[in-house]
Design a protein around this ligand. Structure first.
Ligand code: SF4
Length: 229
């Protein structure tokens, strides 16, 4: 076997592409994915910003489906930040038992609810810095809430957006915050929220961490990782 046969295939296109070409390609990819997933929104069930905030905290390292199984009873039992802040921690934990890391998440959502009461008059703030001051809330969670509940553009770099953004040549960073900074320079801010959402859906449907469906992928003509991811 030749030495070159053993080497992993490299995506040489990523090094050569100009920023204007990447931006043009990103815009075309966005148009195709929006067409593929019309009216896309978060898969987390919620009826107000508070519920979305709680659900997004619970979704860290857990599937949306799993979170959607526990939130109906959680939201029925603890309808408001006040109810959750004053709720019994053991009761909260027992409602979250099937969610990954439920112990820490129960502590965080109770603390977060207390912070909402103490610092924000019981309202979810529509501000990134204020949101990230809450227990259990990082940039990813803050951007989900800003985009979905307040129409404030935010890029959600979860595992799918991170993987797809690397495969599509939008970033070479695996670190979520660094990847977000790269995406901010490529995507128009009017599409930050929706691009994140459709990338998540496309990642789940056709371009998972384990398997890529490049032959049937709707954006394969625009993907520098086609058949080599
Ligand atoms: S062409 Fe392949 S690697 Fe590229 S986005 Fe589609 S499925 Fe993923």
């Amino acid at each position: 076997m030749k030495r070159s046969d053993k080497l992993p295939k490299k995506n040489t296109q990523l090094k050569k592409e100009s920023m204007s070409s990447i931006k043009k390609r990103a815009s075309l990819i966005f148009d195709i994915l929006v067409n593929e997933f019309p009216n896309a929104s978060t898969a987390l069930d919620h009826s107000n910003p508070f519920e979305l905030l709680v659900a997004t905290i619970l979704s860290a390292q857990c599937t949306d489906e799993r979170v959607n199984k526990v939130t109906p009873l959680l939201f029925k039992t603890f309808k408001t930040p006040n109810a959750l802040a004053n709720g019994n921690l053991g009761d909260i934990k027992s409602l979250l038992k099937s969610v990954n890391f439920f112990n820490n998440k129960a502590i965080n959502i109770k603390k977060m609810a207390n912070q909402l009461l103490d610092d924000f008059n019981g309202e979810v703030p529509a501000d990134r810095d204020k949101l990230t001051s809450l227990a259990g809330v990082g940039r990813k969670t803050a951007n989900v809430v800003l985009g979905q509940s307040f129409n404030i553009p935010g890029i959600t770099v979860d595992t799918h957006v991170n993987r797809l953004s690397n495969r599509l040549g939008f970033t070479k960073n695996k670190d979520a915050v660094k990847a977000e900074m790269d995406l901010i320079n490529i995507w128009d801010d009017s599409i930050w929220t929706d691009f994140s959402t459709v990338l998540i859906l496309h990642g789940r449907a056709s371009c998972t961490a384990r398997k890529t469906s490049c032959e049937t992928c709707c954006i394969s003509d625009l993907c520098p990782s086609k058949n080599i991811a």
